[in-house]
Design a protein around this ligand. Sequence first.
Ligand code: PMP
Length: 350
Amino acid sequence: MSWKDNLIKIEPYVAGEQPNKTDFIKLNANENPYPPAPGVIRAIEQFRGGSLKKYPDANAKPLADALAKRFGLNRENVFLGNGSDDVLALCFRAFFNSDKPVIYPDITYSFYPVWCDMLRIPYETIPVDESFNINAADYKRSNGGVVIANPNAPTSIGRGLDFMREILDANPDSVVISDEAYVDFGGTSAVPLLKEYENLVVVQTFSKSRSMAGMRIGYALGNSEIISALYAAKDSYNSYPLDSVAIAAGVASVEDEEYFTATIKRVMATRERLTNELRGMGFDVADSSTNFLFAEHSTYRAKDIQEYLKTRDIYVRYFSKKRIDNRLRITIGTDEEIDALIAALRDYIR
Ligand code: PMP
């Protein structure tokens, strides 16, 4: 027996490649190509560095209040963390303490199994259909919790309120997480269902639609008992998650609804253009409710296309996972970036 036998044995999550160069087009991490709202940049520039000697507000109250106001909720319905990854990990810890397996789709955010392994939570995956749709009827079975990314990643497919309602109606005894990282790009949020279902928790992020992936702000919305359980988990681990700069910048972002809406519209317009271009080149492209596309070509292999695009300094995401190993996940960039992508693909697919 050696100390090495007691080291953690886990397969960690692998994020999109961050190449060690500056001049390339990065379409592999679902980041927003546009900067955060001008008020966010101002808030950071005007932040009084001297105030860093103090701990931040423990529960990020100014930002919790701003979000509560935006969603028509109260402060006790909002929980903030360092990106939705942090919030989701705490949700898994706080809500999934049953002996029964947590259930989620086989094709979804690949961090879910990592948290289950890390926290020793039993889980089962439920296959999506051949068009990558999640079938709500498959979630009518005994479980210790349900996690649905809506819109789903990496499939980009969004589902409506009836779908979430069907899952919630079938699972009154489990916490149901709606992971809505991409919902602002045309998806349907489960927030209106919070009043009806006390076991629902909605998780969203500032990383995508608010262009603040580098700042790490995510949040959960739910009834006060759900949110209290999250605070209990957080305060058993790290009582000051959001730093003071993030709180100030986050408030400034929420205050600029106009910029938020305009940026989303821009990304969605580019997404429609790229969808049509790709389909014209022989790609099968799922209808996306996100800031990325999930595409497969009728003759060219996804891995080969990805490798070729790298030689043109364009990075897209490829997963060597069963069922999706001939698909590319392509983040929507600026119009110029997408023009460069289209030109490169035209050169390759002749
Ligand atoms: N959920 C899903 C479905 C995602 O794709 C991501 C982004 N990797 C996240 C959550 C986490 O994003 P963040 O931690 O930046 O909020």
